[in-house]
Ligand binder design. Structure first.
Ligand code: NZQ
Ligand code: ZN
Length: 395
């Protein structure tokens, strides 16, 4: 087991009606002037936003709001939020929504605490992040896990880049998880969420280290739970029990706990981000599109790992031929994604056309102009990235 630090300071309030505690939680975490961040309208339509405003008022808090966050959120909107936060002297940023809203709130929080620094400089690493403003979350979709994660992902539309910023300062101070707030989700978003939750667990599971019995067992249990409850939620989106399991798994899948003692792979996320940046596709769809090609490309570097996955997650086989089991596990995963209606290759994603030049360009961008490799299960250089993009157009 590799050394690790595990410190997740996010206070979780889970269950029905927990959003009513938002005012007291903001106060408890030091907020008095709150900037509320929300998305494209679902939180307004459901009446959630008005309930939140009511609770903030009751608690005697001053607040303003900024809406219009879109999936694949932009640094441009976050910059507007920073200007508003600075003008109102905000000391707390409250996200009401999903990963896109939460990541925008994180961006605003960082900009608000560091006036004078352009936000994107934190995302490129040109400036290192040393302080921020507290962020609280009222979650409306089980998916990205941003409500407890150390990461924030923004797109710079001016240069067509989607990048993640990893920092312990990204962890929200509280997260309100009421599964009922997700009852208005369209099936496609539920499917994208299930995919993302699985992928956050698998990115930490398909790693070179094999001496993490606890983390592996946690990851396998989480995957089985998501797969089973995902099936139920797709048929019955208002099933409280299924949505509860998905929501809690979403947070656990990305709060670091399933990967302690190893480095994490994250290649599929990096490959997928290039598709989202170029085609503005949902994050979950970018992942299911790249996973099959990635798995088929890398499994031979350690078929034993994929065979274990097939057995412990999908209940396949009883030992025996590792390679056969590994491939059966990949097939089962792809069949599950398809059953959710998720794309598993370029064609299903709707990529309009492709050729060698496209694979080269995607790989060039994913390698940050040939300045980095990605992945640990198999280290991928720019040529391997290109091969995997090509494979995603063929499988
Ligand atoms: O904008 P509104 O109207 O709210 O609609 C949203 C949006 O269209 C809708 N939605 C959310 N809750 C709803 C609802 N519709 C009806 N009822 C509800 N209760 O769902 C759509 C998707 O929302 P979004 O926030 O984009 O979804 P998600 O939570 O999947 O977040 C995706 C973003 O998070 C990033 C992704 O890259 C992507 O940009 N990620 C962030 C991570 C992190 N910070 O740790 C990790 C992830 O790997 C991921 O990269
Ligand atoms: Zn993700």
């Amino acid at each position: 087991m590799r050394n690790f630090t595990f410190y997740v300071p996010t206070e979780v309030e889970f269950g029905k009606d927990t959003e009513h505690k938002v005012g007291e939680l903001v106060k408890k975490h030091g907020g008095s002037r709150v900037l509320v961040v929300y998305g494209g309208g679902s939180a307004q339509k459901s009446g959630l936003l008005d309930r939140i405003y009511g609770r903030l008022k009751e608690a005697g808090l001053e607040f303003q709001s900024i809406g219009g966050v879109k999936p694949n959120p932009t640094v441009e909107l976050a910059r507007e939020g920073v200007a508003q936060a600075l003008a109102m002297k905000a000391d707390f940023i409250l996200a009401v929504g999903g990963g896109s809203v939460i990541d925008t709130a994180k961006g605003i929080a960082h900009g608000n605490a560091n006036p004078g620094v352009d936000l994107w400089d934190f995302w490129t690493g040109a400036v290192s992040l040393r302080k921020t403003t507290p962020v609280g979350v009222v979650l409306t979709i089980p998916a990205a896990g941003s409500e407890m994660s150390a990461s924030a992902v923004l797109t710079n539309t001016a240069i067509g880049q989607k990048r993640g910023l990893s920092s312990e300062l990204n962890r929200p101070v509280f997260a309100i998880l009421n599964p009922e707030l997700s009852f208005t989700l369209p099936p496609y978003q539920i499917a994208c969420g299930i995919t993302d939750i699985m992928m956050h667990t698998m990115e930490r599971y398909f790693v070179p280290e094999e001496d993490n019995e606890t983390s592996e067992a946690l990851a396998e249990a989480l995957l089985r739970t998501v797969i089973r409850n995902g099936r139920i939620a797709m048929k019955d989106p208002r099933n409280y029990q299924a949505m509860s399991e998905l929501m809690w798994c979403g947070s656990l899948s990305h709060n670091s706990i399933t990967g302690l003692g190893s480095r994490g792979d994250w290649a599929v996320h990096q490959l997928g981000h290039e598709l989202s940046a170029r085609y503005d596709v949902a994050h979950g769809a970018s992942l299911s599109t790249m996973w099959k090609a990635w798995a088929l490309y890398v499994y031979k570097s350690n078929p034993r790992r994929f065979a274990r996955y097939a057995q412990h997650v999908w209940g396949l086989g009883d030992g025996g031929d590792e390679e056969r089991l590994a491939l059966a596990g990949i097939d089962a995963t792809v069949a599950y994604f398809k059953s959710l209606g998720m794309p598993t290759n370029f064609k299903e994603l709707g990529v309009p056309s492709w050729d060698e030049a496209l694979f080269e360009e995607l790989a060039y961008r994913c390698s940050y102009g040939k300045t980095r490799t990605i992945g640990h299960f198999m280290v991928l250089d720019v040529e391997k990235m290109r091969d995997i993009y090509r494979l995603a157009s063929e499988v």
